[in-house]
Write a protein that binds this ligand. Structure first.
Ligand code: TXD
Length: 316
């Protein structure tokens, strides 16, 4: 990825999240964007719609759509949102098996057509699917990364902004662990213009914000009734694309492959990474309390259970 070159970003899965990733990437002119989906005509239609928004929004990114995976050829970054939502009567295990099959097929195609790409997985259950993708793609771990922490920390920041009335741009935070109820938000690393929120807000308000962050996805699902959040997830994945194509080396919480960091091995989990050209540059070891370490290990158990279930289902 030399500087000055025109980047290509593929969004595999052109549903709600995939289309918003495409929209944000085009608006930020991160590169040309291709939407790929199995639903006939849908990625082409959304691509045309986004192309027609360009003159008004002032971007010139070329946005195309296809039902053929060959369209991802030459992509620098591939964002995978392909998957099924959980339907009534479908168990978590059924969903794991179905999405596991979709990730397997998609990764075979990505490995064939875009073998040098950095792949960002968004499909749930996030950390388990990212682990599966890493195994199926056969790419070095640094080129396979999961999006969840960026979203969880954006939610945390938004709630702190709502609580304090301060511009969310002034708020920084870090969230570790798996994507789900067991995530580990870190109030001690959450600051408003450099001031830790532990000095600004009473403990019970912080606890309430942490709890709301943990349940952030569910809160939106219950309001929408059909489907789940997509604006903030799309923006979070686009932020990761930005850090990669512009080699910004932003320190972002991402699901990354661990080889002993934080006492965890052979697993994908949300940790702070320097994200830049080529993917995950470095996993940053943060000093965290024994309580947070225990919480992180507890959330790892859930990811391991998912990985084992995929093995039982013979998907992995
Ligand atoms: O933080 C996070 N990681 C998440 C994850 C935040 C939000 C959403 N999260 C998960 O992303 C969600 O649980 C789903 O697993 C994915 C995608 O969510 P989205 O809301 O975009 O779902 P949609 O709108 O149903 O879109 C999925 C698309 C849909 O258009 C299908 O036709 C397509 O995936 N699909 C495929 N595309 C390509 N190839 C294959 N095989 C395929 N199968 C389905």
């Amino acid at each position: 990825m030399e500087s000055g070159k025109r980047f290509k970003i593929a969004c595999v899965g052109a549903g709600n999240v995939g289309a918003s990733v495409a929209q944000y990437c085009a608006e930020m002119e991160l590169g040309d964007v291709v939407l790929v989906d199995v639903v006939e005509g849908m990625p082409q239609g959304k691509a045309l719609d986004l192309t027609q928004a360009g003159p008004i929004r002032g971007y010139g990114s070329v946005v195309t759509g296809s039902n053929d995976f060959a369209a991802v050829a030459g992509s620098d970054v591939v964002v995978v949102t392909a998957g099924l939502p959980r339907r009534p009567g479908m168990s978590r295990l059924d969903l794991l098996g179905k999405n596991g099959e979709i990730i397997t097929t998609v990764c075979e195609e990505i490995a064939r057509h875009a073998p040098s790409s950095v792949v960002i997985i968004v499909t749930n259950p996030l950390d388990t699917m990212t682990y599966l993708a890493h195994k199926k793609l056969g790419f070095p771990a640094k080129r396979v990364v999961g999006m969840a922490g960026c979203l969880d920390s954006a939610r945390f920041r938004a709630f702190v902004a709502m609580e304090t009335g301060v511009n969310p741009k002034n708020i920084d935070t870090m969230v570790l662990g798996s994507h789900g109820d067991d995530m580990v938000p870190l109030p001690q690393y959450t600051t408003v213009s450099g001031v830790p929120i532990t000095d600004l807000l009473p403990a019970e308000r912080i606890e309430a914000i942490v709890e709301r962050t943990r349940k952030g996805g569910g809160e939106i699902v219950s309001l929408l009734k059909t489907g789940s959040a997509f604006y903030a997830p799309g923006a979070s994945a686009a932020r990761m694309v930005q850090s990669i194509v512009r080699d910004e080396r932003q320190l972002l919480p991402c699901s990354a492959y661990l080889t002993g960091q934080y006492g965890l091995n052979d697993i994908y989990m949300g940790v702070p990474v320097k994200l830049g050209k080529g993917g995950v540059g470095e996993i940053v070891p943060l000093p965290i309390s024994d309580k947070d370490t225990a919480a992180l290990h507890k959330s790892a158990e859930e990811v391991r259970a998912g990985i084992n279930a995929l093995r039982d289902l013979k998907v992995l």
